[in-house]
Write a protein that binds this ligand. Structure first.
Ligand SMILES: Nc1nc2c(c(=O)[nH]1)N[C@H]1C(S)=C(S)[C@@H](COP(=O)(O)O)O[C@H]1N2
Ligand SMILES: [Mo]
Length: 171
């Protein structure tokens, strides 16, 4: 029956237009693997109640960088890769602002808004190409761009270099 088929295809087209055009408050994939990061705060892209949760592959799809540098925690140059902190926050729809990064051991540090906006901080998911185990400061670690600005190589930024990250609170 052509009329019904026409109506059905019109309906499907309109529905698809809605899916594409209407901003989805939950426009964030669901994790398929183990959750390695929880973001809390005022978010516009949540996928777990009001929170945004990520597995490794969700994080590694975001824009980021791979950098080889020296840190106080490693012997010799080490390669770190992972998404930019600002890309992770954007994926969760967090507002621009400072963030509190919390570790599995309940250590926490505040990363000021200007660091998030101006510095190429990554949440490293890999060291020397390998996913980071908790015993190797994993699953995620904040890496400041010490390679781009040696003035960052100070205690102030070391203290913000949280490893064994569990969650981020966006302010
Ligand atoms: N998870 C976690 N990250 C952390 C810390 C910590 O205790 N736990 N200490 C911070 C501080 S205060 C500094 S100076 C650097 C270096 O710590 P270290 O001297 O113990 O290696 O790591 C930072 N990141
Ligand atoms: Mo420290």
């Amino acid at each position: 029956m052509p009329m019904i088929r026409y109506a059905a295809s019109l309906f499907v087209s309109l529905w698809m237009a809605c899916v594409v055009l209407v901003p989805d408050a939950r426009a964030l994939d669901m994790p398929k693997g183990p959750v390695v990061l929880i973001i809390e705060g005022e978010l516009s892209h949540s996928n777990s109640g009001k929170k945004a949760v990520f597995d490794l592959s969700m994080l590694e799809m975001l824009s980021g960088r791979k950098v080889t540098l020296e840190t106080p925690w490693t012997k010799g140059p080490t390669t770190y890769s992972g998404p930019y902190l600002r890309a992770v926050l954007a994926a969760a729809g967090a507002k621009a602002g400072a963030v509190t990064i919390r570790a599995l051991n309940d250590y926490s540090a505040v990363i000021p808004a200007e660091d998030v906006a101006n510095l190429d901080i990554i949440l490293a998911t890999r060291t020397d190409g390998k996913a980071m185990q908790v015993r190797d400061k994993g699953p995620l670690m904040v890496i400041y761009p010490f390679d781009k600005d040696s003035a960052l190589y100070t205690e102030t930024y070391f203290a913000r270099s949280v490893w064994q990250i569990k969650s981020i609170e966006a302010q």
